[in-house]
Design a protein around this ligand. Structure first.
Ligand code: SF4
Length: 412
């Protein structure tokens, strides 16, 4: 029998205990808002009305703000506004400067430091915009920007030039022109609504827009990109879900970066969407001191699957002006992919991509698994580093083409 005293965590190695803790679903709780009526707290309008948007209020709630955060918040309304829902604020650990939730929504003075290679429109969206608010970058699909408002503002937002309108972009989408363009381009089969956050619209307005898009015969597939289930799960009402399910096939891409964002409230909201038959995917941005760690990313992807959400993309953070303090290295992203692929369920492994700066589109980035490839053989490496050889198929297979004189069979 061991004479060692039992460890406080029941004898688990610390990394296992941390991983288990990251995977737990907890409520965000009520924090400073314990006295607010339940009906108000669960009302998305109340949450929006009571967002933290000023330095004075933030300092009252969080006396541990650092000088960098105070200076950043003072300047935020000139670049990208600050807004944090009370619900999401409760996830911040005020005692930890580099709390992964805090870093995503509280401005820092480093946002004003820009390098010559950083851009205000790193994905070149404005140069691929045939009408205001519509980006036609890829042949068969368009990005349809519906609003410049979000429930809260992410400090690394790739569209920070326009969201919140703090820097005077003056975004005015014209739905009639956007819809006309789609109607006149039969090659567009996929429309992604984004912004800003489309789920900030009320049900009637969103239903009207989705109905108009669904009425275009060549639009096969609709998508909504949203961070509302994470910032404001109260918005995912049964009425919203019932309205959305009229427009299938309709997919939803959520955006979450750290496992602590997946609370019991978020799990319930995502469950309502999944029960409405809406396929759910997640996009994460690789961020320094937030999720640039294989265990954190693995816990996030496991929790997403438990919420019926497929981890879809991990984005290398775009070269957005003032984001250097939040950008993790591409090398770190590859290391994380290496730690996921083969080491956990394939469904839990997203695709790591870099959006090629200036508008080149998404480029997948993977660890090297193909070591060499010639006409006869492919040499590959598996997730354990073992080397294998695969003999190439001989010649090209014949391509099937139906004969023009294909006899019509007689029905019997
Ligand atoms: S929710 Fe999306 S659009 Fe809004 S600030 Fe965050 S990343 Fe940008």
């Amino acid at each position: 029998m061991s004479s060692e005293p039992p460890a406080e965590n029941g004898g688990e190695p610390p990394s296992t205990a941390t991983f288990r803790s990251l995977k737990e679903f907890r409520s965000a709780g009520r924090g400073f808002w314990a006295d607010v009526a339940e009906s108000d707290w669960n009302d998305w309008h109340w949450q929006l009305k009571n967002r933290i948007t000023s330095l004075e209020r933030l300092q009252r709630l969080m006396p541990t703000l650092t000088p960098e955060e105070i200076a950043g918040t003072q300047l935020a309304n000139k670049k990208l506004a600050m807004a944090i829902t009370p619900y999401f604020f409760n996830l911040i650990d005020a005692a930890v400067e580099h709390c992964p939730i805090r870093r995503q929504v509280i401005p820092r003075i480093e946002e004003t430091h820009t390098a010559s290679w950083e851009m205000s429109d790193p994905c070149g969206e404005d140069s691929h915009s045939p009408v205001p608010g519509l980006v036609h970058r890829y042949p068969d699909r368009v990005l349809f920007l519906v609003t410049d408002r979000c429930a809260a503002y992410c400090r690394y937002c790739t569209r920070s030039r326009l969201v919140s309108n703090a820097s005077g972009y003056d975004f005015h989408p014209e739905f009639d022109r956007q819809i006309d363009y789609i109607r006149q381009h039969p090659e567009i089969r996929d429309v992604l609504l984004s912004g800003g956050d489309p789920l900030l619209f009320n049900d009637e307005r969103l239903e009207n827009l989705l109905s108009r898009l669904r009425a275009i015969p060549h639009v096969e597939f609709l998508r909504i990109g949203t961070r509302i289930p994470i910032f404001l799960p109260q918005r995912i009402t049964p009425e919203l879900c019932a309205m959305l399910k009229q427009f299938h096939p309709l997919f939803l891409s959520i955006h979450t970066n750290h496992p602590r964002e997946l609370t019991t409230e978020v799990r319930a909201a995502l469950g309502r969407l999944a029960d409405a038959g809406i396929p759910l995917g997640n996009q994460s941005v690789l961020l320094k001191h937030v999720n640039d760690d294989a265990e954190v990313m693995k816990a996030l992807t496991h929790k997403l699957l438990m919420c019926r959400v497929k981890p879809y993309y991990i984005y290398q953070c775009d070269l957005i002006a003032g984001s250097a303090h939040l950008r993790a290295s591409v090398r770190k992203g590859i290391e994380i992919m290496q730690a996921l692929r083969g080491h956990t369920t394939g469904y839990a492994v997203p695709q790591f991509v870099i959006d090629a700066p200036g508008g080149g589109g998404k480029v997948p980035v993977n660890p090297e698994y193909v070591l060499s490839h010639n006409a006869d053989r492919v040499v590959i490496r598996n997730f354990e580093g073992k080397i294998f050889e695969y003999i190439e198929a001989a010649g090209s297979p014949p391509i099937y083409k139906p004969s023009e004189n294909f006899p019509v069979p007689e029905w019997v």
